[in-house]
Write a protein that binds this ligand. Sequence first.
Ligand code: C2E
Ligand code: CA
Ligand code: CA
Length: 406
Amino acid sequence: MIAIEKIIESGIGVFFQPIVSVRTKSLTGFESLARAVDPDTGDMIPPTVLFSAAAKAGKLLELDRACRKSALDAFSPFHRKNPSLLLFMNFESAIIDMPAAGSGHLLRSVRDAGIDSRNIVIEIVESKVNDSAAMRVFTESHRAEGFLIAIDDMGEGHSNLNRIPLLRPDIMKIDRSITHGISREYYHKKIVEALCVLARGTGALLLAEGVETEEDAVASYEAGADLFQGFFFSRPVPPHEAEADFLSSVETISVECRRRAAEVYRGRLTSEEKFRAVLEGLAAEIAGIPPVMLPDQLRCWLRRVPGCECVYLLDRSGRQTGPTVCAETARGAGSRYSLLYHPADSGTDHSLKEYYCMMKTLRVDSFISEPYISLATGSVCRTATLSFPRFDGDGLILCADFRCME
Ligand code: C2E
Ligand code: CA
Ligand code: CA
């Protein structure tokens, strides 16, 4: 049994964990994390254990306020030295459901510590708050007082995306269950990319939590994270150690990100040139072939071009002439995907497709799309297009889907 009152009386310790920006190569601020010692045994008590013991003893509000006071006192000298640093503070969600939530206590505590409310980020675990109306009152009143609002542990537990319009967060913190291993997990990276679109579209910053390795930091950056926190940069440390030299890790990441970006751009240019050359070769092969013989010729060509999933031709108005010819290696009819994805038939209107619109608008004779899910096969692919003249005078647009190896 933890002597919670004794712990609160003797004061709660806090550790600070740095939060960094790779883009600006700077320290953004700290998250304050409660650290308490059992006075009877001298053992460290994990904060989650501490908070559930306090809840059982009906001392949650007292503990929450004690943690906050320690955090603000420890942050005060940093704030005086550098008024742009942020302090991220956890808010016990049960507190938000209590009537004391809107009492102005936080604003008073912040002012008493000589800190501006704009330097404080209130972290809320949205899925744990029961009363949405109370959460709205809590966030709106604190926002009006100048505080910043963050959603904590996004992607963990219940993903209550419907709470986002309610909270209108300034910062979204992605849980480490998503960022962990992101460099190896295609789906995790895609989730972070999607959250990045959500964050950008709503004017929020995206923070990747629990970043433990250089690879995961780079992958999170590439997926669009703005801010970073995790053991790779720094473990939580006593406040007087919190400005130690973690910026060397930031430098390592930015060098690696630049190197990889250059590699991607070079690779993109090379593959665009390669796609164009491949299509030019095919166009030359089929320019003089009568339409009835085209499918066989295209099938034959597909066997010689690994990675190309399917090929089809459009007339100048974007209407498909002839069937889509698929490689034998593409996900075919009869597969699990065949009802979701199937190749377009002759006569299909493609004039709304991005590649067609781009070629028309930019008056270019070729285009390579960004990777997307092919409606023909369900694979992630890029479509390469090339318009070319035919022996009978009618120009055609050659379209080929190339599988992306992600
Ligand atoms: P949290 O808000 O998600 O805090 C981040 C936790 O992740 C911290 O654990 C931190 O030490 C840990 N962490 C940070 N980077 C990494 C990493 O790269 N890898 C791994 N594996 N872990 C990392 P901690 O300090 O044990 O805190 C656990 C939870 O307890 C916090 O989760 C927060 O919900 C709660 N908590 C901590 N301090 C406070 C507090 O002062 N007030 C309230 N209300 N809750 C607190
Ligand atoms: Ca937190
Ligand atoms: Ca968290």
